[in-house]
Design a protein. Structure first.
Length: 259
């Protein structure tokens, strides 16, 4: 479904050139989950933004990005908008940046649901409430009329997940979806995502700096270091026979508790 070949991204400015992604390749099949792990600055987000066509004009991109047999590299902005959100959903680190502060949660969900489900406005409102219930927003039938600032950060991320899922994407890109949350809320959101992805055949690309988090929930794990994909394999392969020194560093960094 998604095939990325030799993806390369550079940012050039008057002062310097940043070679953020250096010819990485991978595929994701329907229902499959690919985890991308690597330290901050290794190119994880830039590669995800390239897939979604959201890189700034200062980026020079080369390589192939095919989604369901169609090259995303050739798409116009207009065509990209038909795919982004609808076919490829995404959740980012900071839910507040993705939610519009001047509209209620309902206002933001209902119109999208009307379009994606082909239903009337009252039906869309009921569906929006269903999705909010799914992500465990209590009193969803009332809270749907609240504004984003009336929710905690963890609740906002739940709302983002509800909005994204309401578009029924074939592929979900989650870029450090719990990084802005406290540890307890992180666990709750991860459990929720596991529950919701188990219910669908949605493919997922899960980006994290935490090897344990991606290994627990992904079929395949890719390790990125300084813009390069240094290793790719099943979590078992990666843990039992890491081929790369950097991967070993990540494994050694996972806390082991002994009593
Ligand atoms: N818009 C941009 N302009 C210039 N450099 C950028 C831009 N976005 C990201 N970079 C650089 O690209 C590299 C990879 O960044 P990023 O993909 O965000 O890393 P991460 O793995 O933490 O998600 C970093 O060196 C970052 O500073
Ligand atoms: Mg990032």
């Amino acid at each position: 479904m998604l095939s990325v070949r030799n993806l390369d991204v550079q940012f050039a400015s008057k002062e310097n050139t940043v070679h953020a992604v250096k010819g990485i390749s991978y595929t994701i099949s329907p229902g499959e989950s690919l985890g991308i792990v690597g330290e901050s600055g290794s190119g994880k987000s830039v590669s995800a933004m390239a897939i979604m066509g959201l890189l700034p004009p200062t980026a020079t991109i080369s390589g192939d990005i095919d989604f369901n047999g169609q090259s995303l590299r050739d798409l116009s902005n207009k065509d990209y908008r038909r795919i982004r959100g609808k076919k490829i959903g995404y959740i980012f680190q900071n839910p507040l940046a993705a939610l519009n502060p001047v509209f209620t949660v309902g206002n933001q969900m209902i119109e999208t649901i009307q379009i994606h489900h082909g239903v009337t406005k009252p039906e869309a409102r009921d569906l929006a409430i269903d999705y909010l219930n799914k992500v465990k927003i209590t009193d969803a039938h009332q809270r749907i009329d609240d504004y984003p600032h009336q929710f905690s950060l963890g609740m906002c991320q739940r709302i983002m997940i509800a909005m994204t899922l309401s578009m029924k994407p074939e592929l979900l890109i989650a870029d450090e979806p719990t990084a802005s949350l406290d540890v307890t809320t992180q666990k709750e959101i991860l459990a929720l995502m596991d529950e919701l992805t188990a219910e669908t055949n949605m493919a997922m690309m899960f980006i994290s700096h935490d090897l344990a988090v991606v290994s627990e929930r992904c079929d395949t794990v890719g390790v990125m270091h300084l813009g390069t994909m240094v290793e790719m394999g099943t979590p078992k392969d990666i843990f039992t026979s890491p081929k790369n020194d950097y991967t070993r560093t990540l494994i050694d960094a996972i806390p082991k508790i002994s009593f």
